[in-house]
Each structure stands twice: as C-alpha cells, then as structure tokens.
Design a protein around this ligand. Structure first.
Ligand code: HEC
Ligand code: HEC
Ligand code: HEC
Ligand code: HEC
Length: 141
C-alpha cells in the first residue's frame, strides 16, 4: 500500500502536469520573421510578447477561422506547430489577404484603438516594432 505522503506527492505531480500542460503548449516570446514568405526582408523581424498579450486578451481576439463571418475556431486547436495557429496557413502573398497588411491591421489596429480610448497600449512607430538592429533572440517562424 502507498503511504499517505506518497499519495500526496503523486497528487501534486499529477496536478502539476495538468496545470502546466496548457501553458507549455504556447510560446511566450515570438520572433515574427516571415521574410521568406515576403521574399523581401526590408524590415527587421518583430519581437512579439505573445505571453503578455495572451494574458491581457482572448485567444480569439487574434486567432480565427471564419465561417459565415463567425469565428468558429476552437481554442484547443491552438498548439505549437498547429496550422490553426499559423497566420500563413491562410494569409500569404498568394492569398487575397496580404500577410503584411493583416499583421499591421491586427497589431496597429488594436494599439491605435486602445490609444484613442485612452487605455494602456502598444507601440505604433515603425522603429518600435522594426528595430534598426535585429533583436538578439534566435529562431523565428
Ligand atoms: C494579441 C494577439 C494574440 C493573442 C491574444 C493570442 N495570440 Fe497566439 N499568436 C499570435 C500571433 C501573431 C502568432 C504568430 C503566428 C504566426 O507567426 O503565424 C501567434 C502564435 C501562436 C502559437 C504558435 C504557433 C507556432 O506553431 O509557432 C500558438 C500555439 C498560439 N499562438 C496560441 C495562442 C493561445 C492558446 C492564445 C490564448 C490563450 C493566444 N495564442 C493568444 C497572436 C496572438
Ligand atoms: C484558417 C484561415 C486563417 C488563419 C489561420 C488566419 N486567418 Fe486571418 N483571416 C482569414 C479570413 C478568411 C479572413 C477574412 C477575410 C475577408 O473576409 O476579407 C481573415 C481576416 C483577417 C484580418 C482582417 C480583420 C478581421 O479579423 O476580420 C486580420 C487582421 C487577420 N485576418 C489577421 C490574421 C492573423 C494575424 C493571423 C495569425 C495569428 C490570422 N489572421 C490567421 C483567415 C485566416
Ligand atoms: C487586442 C489588442 C492588441 C493586439 C491585437 C496587439 N497588441 Fe501589442 N499591445 C497591446 C497592449 C494593451 C499593450 C501594452 C501592454 C503593457 O504595457 O502591459 C501592447 C504592447 C505591445 C508591445 C510593447 C510591450 C511589450 O509587451 O512587448 C509590443 C512590442 C507589441 N505590443 C507588439 C505587438 C505586435 C507585433 C502585435 C501583432 C502581432 C500586437 N502587439 C498585437 C495590445 C495589443
Ligand atoms: C505594432 C508593431 C508594428 C509597427 C508599429 C509596424 N509594423 Fe511593420 N510589421 C509588423 C509585423 C508583426 C510584421 C510581420 C513581420 C514578419 O512576420 O516577418 C510587419 C511587416 C512589415 C513589412 C513586411 C516585411 C518586410 O521585411 O518586408 C514591412 C515592409 C513593414 N512591416 C513596414 C513597416 C513600416 C514602414 C512601419 C511604420 C509605418 C511599420 N511596419 C510599423 C509589425 C509592425
């Protein structure tokens, strides 16, 4: 028979696994670097504090799959590596919605709207998102 302390430990471990699983599945910091898709790296990649934005907003404020103009995306599909979480699955130079336009529309659209309503917001100047010197974090999507 397992001792009470052992059972207690086992519960903690299981609780830990359950609680940490959803958090581990999403990146905290993303270097947005689609220069291969753009085919014209005119601007440096953009550092995006995904985790911070994730805490402040709903996943479906940014991620979507539209059907009859309704966002029907299931949040549980949003996992690292999943095509549902990748903007380029649907927005790329070959599609109607140009990638650069939709990124600016999403990021700047929200920052501008919040700023106008006098709330805490994010940057709107080119240089604040596209630094002169590339960010020193490795990777990219
Ligand atoms: C403020 C906008 C925003 C919010 C809110 C947001 N995301 Fe994201 N997320 C993005 C952008 C932009 C990317 C980069 C996608 C790309 O490069 O194609 C991304 C990427 C991801 C990726 C990584 C895709 C990959 O394989 O690298 C996952 C997983 C993800 N998001 C899940 C979530 C979940 C779950 C939530 C809610 C808890 C959430 N996101 C909230 C904008 C957002
Ligand atoms: C499953 C396909 C799909 C994925 C994945 C996707 N989009 Fe879209 N997106 C669409 C469609 C379809 C529209 C609507 C286009 C229209 O009606 O003209 C759209 C519209 C938009 C718009 C216009 C405003 C709005 O919400 O209607 C923005 C901005 C946008 N997408 C940004 C993004 C970003 C950023 C990502 C990645 C985090 C992303 N999209 C992922 C299909 C997708
Ligand atoms: C739904 C609204 C919303 C969207 C969409 C959004 N942001 Fe933000 N962003 C914010 C708010 C609010 C802050 C201020 C957060 C704070 O200071 O606590 C912020 C802050 C920032 C900052 C500066 C501080 C930090 O946390 O890094 C950067 C850089 C940034 N956003 C980049 C982006 C990029 C890039 C995108 C698009 C991929 C984006 N944001 C989309 C609302 C948004
Ligand atoms: C809130 C953040 C933000 C601001 C402010 C911003 N951008 Fe961007 N921009 C992005 C993101 C995110 C992308 C997509 C980057 C990627 O995934 O490679 C992008 C992509 C681009 C691209 C296409 C990629 C390339 O290298 O050719 C150009 C050009 C660009 N931006 C120019 C500008 C200019 C000019 C301004 C100022 C008028 C500006 N941006 C302001 C976030 C921003």
């Amino acid at each position: 028979m397992a001792s009470p302390i052992f059972k207690y430990m086992a519960c903690l471990i299981i609780a830990g696994l359950v609680l940490s699983e959803p958090l581990r599945a999403q990146p905290d910091e993303i270097l947005l670097n689609h220069s291969k898709v753009f085919g014209h790296p005119r601007q440096n990649p953009v550092r995006f504090s995904h985790g911070k934005h994730m805490n402040d907003f709903d996943c479906l404020d940014c991620h979507h799959r539209y059907k009859d103009k309704t966002n029907i995306l299931d949040k549980s599909e949003l996992e690292e590596g999943s095509p549902a979480a990748k903007c380029t699955t649907c927005h790329n130079p070959g599609s109607n919605c140009q990638l650069q336009t939709v990124f600016h529309q999403l990021c700047l659209g929200c920052h501008t709207q919040l700023q106008k309503s006098g709330r805490k917001s994010g940057p709107r100047l080119c240089i604040d998102c596209h630094p002169r010197e590339p960010f020193a974090i490795k990777g990219g999507l």
